[in-house]
Design a protein around this ligand. Structure first.
Ligand code: GUN
Length: 283
């Protein structure tokens, strides 16, 4: 079997058009949703991510504000900026790009963001609410993956979803969102013994382990849907995921490419959360 490609670029674009329409309704009523991005230091990858987030927010008609701070900024000063943004009525979403310099306590900074504006869904209150199904926002990458599954007609209810990776940003919330949609969920990670015995039973396999070509055709059940969250460089410097795309696509029913799979969905869901926050603030 040769697997169908799950086109995150196209699906992301479709959802961003829907977001743009709703932003347009708010603009007609004199309300402009605003996303503030805080960038500390000069990490090149962070700079690129932030630029893409800003560009995408402007494209759907939102206000974009960048707070750029040197890597030497004190924790106190950074917290001061967050406090200001919390009180700023023109800002509906606040995002502090991670990682932060070592002298700054990331947990303290995340906890300082008003949960109503925490569109990244990193604040412990929002993570807790999401897990008990009381959420205002859903974690961006897992929410994006749910949209990919839904929009490609993948049945989730009753299916066995196996997640490889247990990060706070992807693996853990991913399992919860699938559980809420009635999947049976198994978590695997770097210390799991006999990994293939779990992945070979997956109807839906989600891989977020951060290791190039960690999953190959031997790990896959014929007809599985495979979602690759990895973003790595291969030996030739080419972008690649955690899944050996060439061999796995022959066995899978559907698979996301890297790039062009999960990546475009993460920013899209960030915009969706910002829109949601603005609609709530202006209702
Ligand atoms: N660093 C890597 N991924 C992310 C993300 O999704 N949000 C933020 N704020 N920082 C990140």
């Amino acid at each position: 079997m040769s697997g169908k490609l799950i086109d995150g670029t196209a699906i992301g674009k479709e959802i961003r058009l829907e977001i743009k329409d709703r932003v347009s309704n708010l603009l007609d009523n004199g309300c402009k949703p605003g996303l503030a991005v805080v960038l500390v230091g000069d990490n090149q990858a962070s700079r690129t991510y932030v630029k893409n987030k800003q560009k995408s927010s402007v494209e759907v008609g939102m206000k974009s504000e960048l707070i750029e701070l040197p890597s030497t900024v004190s924790e106190e000063e950074l917290l001061g900026h967050i406090s200001k943004l919390n009180k700023d009525n023109s800002i509906n979403g606040i995002l502090v790009q991670l990682p932060l310099p070592k002298h700054i306590d990331e947990n303290k900074v995340i906890s300082a963001i008003d949960p109503e504006k925490d569109v990244d869904v990193f604040h412990p209150v929002n993570v807790g609410k999401m897990i008990i199904g009381q959420q205002a926002f859903l974690s961006c990458t897992p929410y994006g993956i749910i949209k990919l599954l839904e929009r490609t007609g993948t049945e989730i209810k009753g299916k066995h979803a196996v997640i490889v990776g247990r990060s706070n940003i992807v693996g853990k919330p991913m399992g919860q969102l699938l559980l809420q949609r009635d999947a049976t969920v198994t978590y695997c990670h770097s210390k799991t013994e006999n990994l293939a015995s779990y992945t070979q039973d997956a109807d839906i396999l989600i891989v977020a382990i951060g290791k190039t070509k960690f999953i190959d055709a031997e790990h896959i059940k014929e007809g599985a849907v495979v979602i690759d969250v990895g973003m790595n460089r291969d030996e030739n410097g080419k972008l690649c995921g955690d899944v050996d795309f060439t061999s796995v696509k022959e066995k899978a029913a559907a698979i996301t490419p890297v790039p062009g799979g999960v990546g475009p969905m993460t920013i899209t869901m960030l915009l969706k959360n910002t829109l949601h926050s603005a609609e709530k603030a202006y209702e």
